[in-house]
Design a protein. Sequence first.
Length: 483
Amino acid sequence: MKIVNSIIKGEPVIHDEKYKIHNPADTREIVSEYSPATLDDVKYAFDVASEAFGSWSSKTPHERAKILYRAANIVEDGSEDLARLITREMGKTISESKAEVERVSWILRFYASLILRINGYTIPSQFKGGLILTIREPLGVVSVITPWNFPIAIPAWKIVPAIATGNTVVFKPASLAPTIAYRFVEILHRAGLPPGVVNLVIGSGEKIGREMITNKHVEAVSFTGSTNTGLEINRIAGSLDRYVRLQMELGGKNATIVTEDAPLSEAVEIIVKGAFAIAGQACTATSRVLVHIDLYGKLVEALKTRIDSMKVGNGLDPSTDMGPLASMDQKKKVLSYIEIGKNEGAKLVYGGYALESGDYAYGYYVKPTLFIDCEPRHRIFQEEIFGPVLCVTPYSSIDEAIELANSVKYGLTLGIVSRDLSKIMRIAQGAKTGIVRVNRQTVGVEFQAPFGGVKASGNDIYKEQGIEALDFYTRVKTIYMHW
Ligand code: NDP
């Protein structure tokens, strides 16, 4: 068992109060023990981050890049260990964890190289001997709040561009996954990050969340989590007597549209990967499939057969296809949605229950579940379940498919499986989502491309990841030159 704690100014912060993190695949195993940060700790973390800003922001991009490259090497060298820790802490399969860790080293190198060429541009002046130029400057102290489902990649894709551009950070990870967050901050320090640049505060959103937004040093908040928490943060920030820049990446209810010409086996693979990766606990997970009526019966049968071949189990076993849910709360929520679906009249054709005997006795396992004949009036069609529950709905025309896809409050990702370019383009253009994935599963976006949702999936002001992430973490200054 590992002892973890908040890290402020590079130093551990330890209190008597302790909480344990249990392995969701086998709750008898205690992964770590941590002592939560107090409100005073959080205030101190912001003071420290504010104090560190001057010297960190005045370092050259090359000096900052060196640290990020070193961190990338440390992540790569320890990737096996880090991946095992993710699996033990929140349950995803070991191959999913390895992919997540690999993404972190890519993110570190990507932003290390990007900041060497971070630029503004020049604009001609209307006056002779004049030139206008823009430069990009860091904001100051950034507050980073993250969920547990990508417990190192999401912190990395926020913290790395933040510090690469010269900001300092106070970072609050999800209470369910503080151990891997702690390891990441430790790695940044081992790579040479000066104390105070990234400060980790482990504690519940309920207790310390408000301070993460209202503290006088906060210039910007980058948040990923549920739409309700996002809206709450938006309200709190809106009630301040100053402006705080907000980046909100929230929930999803993503559909994959399958056209009548789609190759059946490819469609099934794409849907299953999208729906059941991380046991469906991804904001980009496929939770609705919209299938042309001509292919409906065949696709449903093929999906049942494919889902039946999936092995559910402890994610550390390399033969496992789907791990447990991350917590008892997650398990209860998923089971309650299954009951809602049945009561609403959607047809349950596969799964629909918890796995609780034998090897499953101590974990939060739910059988992958398939509902068919789902309709927009059903709550399981509309609401984010965040679990291994897939709803299938038939459609008759492309217009109807687009309307069905857009008929939810969320707008993160839309998948299309088709061989027909004109249908693909009609759907892609009609989609009210931030991302469209053609002949790919809805999960698994790439770090070098901009990422973000619309409608209830995000505040849609600043994108995350890609070059676009730098827009959030910097502000433009306009300089008028004259000689
Ligand atoms: P939550 O919104 O419950 O929590 C997210 C983070 O916010 C946690 O660190 C949490 O702390 C913190 N928090 C909770 N309440 C407050 C508050 N009042 N003020 C400030 N911070 C607070 O989401 P989950 O952790 O359950 O994550 C799942 C959600 O995240 C899903 O809706 C999913 O779709 C979304 N998500 C979105 C992604 C995207 O990029 N669009 C990517 C991944 C997930 P604590 O853990 O202590 O409660």
